[in-house]
Design a protein around this ligand. Structure first.
Ligand SMILES: [Zn+2]
Length: 139
């Protein structure tokens, strides 16, 4: 397991070798996520593995966790929110395959054999954010 999350890796090679990565990504370095939360402090601990599942399909799976600072929609106070997200993406090579799989799993369309790991982590973290955050006192 490599001790860093690269910006991007070659998809086919990572799947063939069963590559794995572990690392911390500062929230401040993830522009879209930093803009969506109340504070830019903190970082995400990330683990990712590429490989094939039992049916031979290429997948990227792993986990993201960390603490984010959010604004409560009710009292507008800031509070720390624990992010825990599982990553389980089916890596597909065409838009047709992506559409076909949308209902059974979360497909990721690989373009130019590139797997943008940090972009994927940021997408998954943004998807995990609560739509209407409430602090513990207002929940
Ligand atoms: Zn509140």
């Amino acid at each position: 397991m490599k001790n860093a999350i690269p910006l991007r890796v070659k998809a086919a090679g990572a799947v063939a070798h069963g590559s794995a990565w572990r690392g911390e990504l500062p929230v401040a370095d993830l522009g879209r996520l930093a803009a969506a939360v109340a504070g830019r402090e903190g970082s995400l601990r990330v683990e990712l593995h590429a490989g094939r599942d039992a049916s031979g399909a290429a997948r990227l799976h792993g986990s993201i966790d960390g603490e984010l600072e959010l604004s409560c929609q009710h009292c507008l106070g800031r509070f720390r929110w624990p992010l825990r997200a599982a990553v389980d993406l089916r890596l597909v090579g065409s838009e047709a395959e992506e559409r076909r799989l949308l209902r059974e799993c979360e497909p990721w369309l690989v373009q130019d054999d590139s797997l943008p790991l940090r972009e994927i982590v940021e997408d998954e973290a943004l998807l995990a954010l609560p739509i209407a955050p409430r602090c513990p006192a207002c929940a």
